[in-house]
Every structure is written in C-alpha cells, then in structure tokens.
Design a protein around this ligand. Structure first.
Ligand SMILES: C[S@@+](CC[C@H](N)C(=O)[O-])C[C@H]1O[C@@H](n2cnc3c(N)ncnc32)[C@H](O)[C@@H]1O
Length: 401
C-alpha cells in the first residue's frame, strides 16, 4: 500500500476507534471544496442526548449554521464519505491522539499525529463528569437567537463577556422546564407566555426557543416593555431570525390587558410593577408564575419597628432587607392563598442588578383550604404595622370587580 493510502487508512482507523470507544473530543473538517458556496467547515463533537452518546454535526456557513445529530455508526460512515470527497483537511482530537490529515493538491494524504498521555482513571472520571455537566445545558449553544443577541459569535462560540448571561439563561430554562413538568403544560396544544418588563429579551427569546424548538410546542410569546427602543430592537431581532409566535409591545404592565396567559414572567420589573404582573398572572389563571422582584419601595416606609427588633432594624440596610423579605413573603403567601404552590429561592443575578431572588408559583391541581394562609398574612401585617400591600389590594379589587 502506498504511504499516502496508509496515512488515510491510519487516520480512519483512529477515527473509528475514537467513535467506537466514545473517546472523540472534537473533529473539524475544513478546506471544503464542494459545491456549497457558503459552507466553510464542519465541526463534530460528542453530545449525550437522552443518555445516548451521539455526534453533533455543526455545518458552519458564512452567515448561518446548521446542526444535525447522528448516532456513532452512521456518523462514522458520513465522515468517511466527506473525507473522501469534499473536505481536504481533518483535525481529530481524541482522548489518546491529536491528528491532522490533509490532502495535497496532487491528492496525496499527509498525516501528522501526536499521542497524548492517557489520563488516569480519576482524571477520566472527572472528564466524564465535566462532559456530562456540559451536556446538561438546557439551551443548545448553537441556537441562532444566541448569536443574534450577542451571547455567541458567528462561529457559535460563547463570547466570554456573556458567560454570566449564558449561565443565567440556562438556569432560567432549567427552572421553567421543571415547572412545565410539574404543571403538565407540555401536553397542551398551544401556550401563551407573557414576559413583563422584557428589556433586551434574552429570556423572552430563550422561552420561545424552549417551547418551539426543544418541546416542539406552538407558543405565542409576548414581551411587554416600557421603553419603545427596546421594543423595536426586539421586534427587529425576531424578524431577522424569521421567527413566528414572538412579539414585543410597548406598554406599562399596570395598564396591560391580557387574557389566557399560561406562563407569566416578570423579571426585575421595578417596585410594584411586580405586583401588577402577579395580579395579572393570578387573574388570567396562569399555570406558571415566575418573578424576580426588584426595588421594594412600598413597604419600607410603613414598617413600624417591633420593639424587640428595633436594635437590629435601626440600621438602614437591615431595615431595607427586612422590608424586602416582608414584601416578598406576603407576595408568596398571597400566591399560596390563590391556589399556587410557591417557592422562593436564589436565582443567578443579572449584570445590571444584584437582585437574585425568584418567586416561582405553580398552579395547584386541587383546591386547598386557604384560611390558615390568610391568617398568616394578617398576623405578619399586624406585627410590622403594614396597612397597604399592592398585590393584596389589586387582588381585592379584582375579586370585588
Ligand atoms: C432590569 S430590566 C430586566 C429585563 C429582563 N426582564 C431581564 O430580566 O433580563 C427591567 C425592565 O423592565 C422594564 N419595566 C420596568 N417597569 C415596567 C413596567 N411598569 N411596565 C413594563 N416594563 C417595565 C424596564 O424598562 C426594563 O427594561
């Protein structure tokens, strides 16, 4: 066998071994000379889907990317075909090897391989855990909306400055996915999601992508935002991505008229805007309510220091924290009283606010006696001397009307 053929066969052998032993880390095919004018390279990486080791083929074009997932065997065959036809260079990284196969203009194969010291069992275990952790992302990094919003670049690589935002998007979708499971919303034919105070809409687009792409569930997502320029920006982005079922409207959550909301989201909507959003969620019977409160102004001036707490709350910062906790505890209890199971927990903070609390409420399937919760609300208000809580008043008005 000629040396050039030996080089090709040796590379194919290493590739097959990396695929069958699930040791492939990355394969990049480049120097494309086929008929697709815009195609530049193909990146192949392992991915765990529903517990099955598969290969993600990321076809990178000048202006967009296309992803396909294949099982190891058909993936091996597809790679072999591509190597023999359109791509003139292949770079393979596996647990044991780093190899480059390139084809000269005369059609000869050159092979340059380095053996990598195989990691100890412990290191391999760590790598598998890390690998699995990476694969547990709820949003695929290759999704086009991430590039449009500047979270990833044109090659769909994470922009380092956006790594916190990327973590936040994933955490948010993870929480949403759990709530969707608890409420059985995935069984519906169509959903309506409202995001109040949508801002630059990272999470609004992420929700649309989650329902549409991940769950394959038709959805209408409405972002409501006070600032017109953000509304225009987000509508233009949706149009550029050719998305349907997502729209942004200029408006104040306080005056917004909504019906039939299944998922109500209000993240960092200022002060009592959160109460208006919660009231709307409850009134429209939303199955999922997610809010991250911001700037708690209403309760603090009302707090009358219980004598025993006075030495602690004489410090402004403590009083602020107490008022915030009280405001959100009352919100959580009011949700409980109106038929929701409610959790309050830490969420990943945004770059523009240190607020990192989330109130997650999922509608109960069965009604529950709420008299004990109503008594708890009154006791708390009495203890702190609170006479007005925006959400409580809105709910009373809704009940009366
Ligand atoms: C801190 S940003 C958060 C953006 C987005 N929800 C997020 O978490 O990434 C809050 C947004 O809410 C908007 N906002 C504040 N009060 C509002 C109200 N009453 N009605 C509608 N939007 C409001 C602000 O203009 C701002 O863009």
């Amino acid at each position: 066998m000629a040396l050039t053929e030996q080089n090709f066969q040796q590379f194919v052998g290493l590739l097959q071994q990396a695929l069958t032993e699930q040791q492939l880390q990355k394969l990049v095919l480049s120097k494309y000379q086929g008929t697709e004018t815009e195609l530049q390279r193909l990146e192949i990486t392992p991915v765990l889907l529903k517990g099955i080791w598969q290969l993600k083929f990321l076809y990178q074009y000048k202006t967009n990317h296309i992803t396909k997932n294949l099982l190891a065997e058909p993936a091996g065959q597809a790679i072999l075909n591509l190597l023999q036809s359109d791509f003139k260079q292949a770079n393979l990284q596996s647990t044991g090897h780093s190899c480059q196969l390139s084809q000269s203009k005369k059609g000869k194969y050159l092979l340059n391989c380095q053996t990598i010291a195989v990691a100890s069992k412990d290191q391999q275990q760590t790598a598998v855990i890390t690998h699995n952790r990476q694969k547990q992302r709820y949003v695929e990094q290759s999704r086009p909306f991430l590039t449009a919003l500047g979270v990833t670049d044109q090659q769909q690589q994470l922009i380092p400055a956006m790594s916190n935002k990327w973590k936040q998007i994933n955490k948010f979708i993870e929480i949403l996915a759990g709530a969707v499971k608890d409420t059985g919303l995935a069984e519906r034919k169509q959903l309506h999601v409202a995001d109040f105070g949508s801002g630059k809409a990272y999470l609004t687009f992420a929700m649309h992508d989650y329902f549409n792409h991940t769950l394959n569930l038709p959805v209408i997502v409405t972002g409501v935002e006070l600032r017109q320029h953000l509304v225009d920006l987000c509508n233009n982005t949706a149009q550029a991505l050719d998305l349907t079922g997502i729209q942004f409207e200029q408006g104040d959550v306080k005056h917004f008229k909504a019906r039939g909301i299944n998922v109500m989201v209000a993240l960092h909507a200022c002060d009592t805007a959160t109460d208006y959003a919660l009231d709307m969620g409850i009134r429209t019977g939303a199955e999922i309510i997610m809010c991250s409160p911001c700037c708690h102004k209403q309760i603090r001036p009302q707090v009358q220091l219980p004598q025993v707490l006075a030495p602690m709350l004489q410090h402004g910062i403590h009083l602020g924290q107490e008022a915030e906790m009280l405001t959100d505890s009352l919100r959580a209890l009011l949700l409980e009283a109106h038929g929701y199971d409610t959790k309050v927990f830490e969420f990943i903070s945004l770059e523009h606010t240190s607020k990192n609390k989330m109130i997650l409420a999922t509608k109960r399937h069965k009604a529950k006696d709420n008299s004990a919760v109503l008594r708890q609300i009154q006791s708390l208000k009495q203890f702190y001397g609170i006479t007005e809580h925006c959400l409580e008043q809105l709910l009373e008005t809704s009940a009366a009307g």
